[in-house]
Design a binder for this molecule. Sequence first.
Ligand code: RIB
Ligand code: CA
Length: 312
Amino acid sequence: MNRQSLIIDCDPGVDDAVALMLAFAAPALELLAVTTVAGNVPGRLTQRNARMMRQIAGREDVPVFGGAERPMKRPPAGAGEFHGPEGLGDLEPFEPAAIVGDGPAANAIVDLVMRRPEGSVAVAVLGPMTNLALAMRREPRLAERLGPVVVMGGARSEGGNITASAEFNIWADPDAAAVVFGSGCSVVAFGLDVTHQVRATEPRIEAIEAVESEPARTATAMLRFSQRVERTVVGWQAAPLHDACPIAWLMAPELFELKPCRIEVETQSDLTRGHTAVEFRVDAAAARHHWAVKADGQGVFDLIAATLGAAA
Ligand code: RIB
Ligand code: CA
């Protein structure tokens, strides 16, 4: 099997946690590291939460590096309403046994990517893009060395979820997102247009609930928390599972339809801060960006249930 070497940068966060459980259990992914960033909750919590997920998944072989505590220029953001004060819904927190790795996330990203063959290491960014932007600033050659950068972020036809025109990850640190999208690296962006097609309906949650393992029980707890928030705060019945989409694409790209494009991020206006302008009128062969437009939502959840089931 050709395994994809991967770094996951995230801000767990209940949907980040499900994405981590999927990645930790995926034989096709060689998880080199998990790096964390402040986003849904402060950085000290996202770092601890990633270590909690690692311990529950039995993957202490994967180093966790803490990263940026705040965006490059903006004040820290937060989304505790959707993730709970500790960031993992109502899961009882504990202090994981395995420690956090030495050095900040940006340095770990540079070191891991630059010492491997060009194009061989993918980075999945599931929160604000601060760590990857800082890594690019530290090592200007990073962008050309990277494999695919798969991002949960942005919104086009769906509109925003933090403001009328912006999705949270890009809004939280638009300057970092502008650095990454403008770096020349290859970016596959999974915005709300597609993550809203991947919703945790009751039967899909029950299929994961049926898997007898601690990672599956933890993923179910995250999904159940999101289900309650979606019903009480948003008024919908099934919550989108945003952060699993980039990971699912790396494992099963046939579950998604992408379109070549050019993406730029608004950083000047307060009203449209973090808006992702997605232009499809590009030379497809030369395009460095791709925007996910369709997803097989059932297929994504089948993949999660099957992957966790096989690892149980
Ligand atoms: O807008 C959805 C994104 O914001 C997800 O990554 C979620 O975890 C939050 O960070
Ligand atoms: Ca996230």
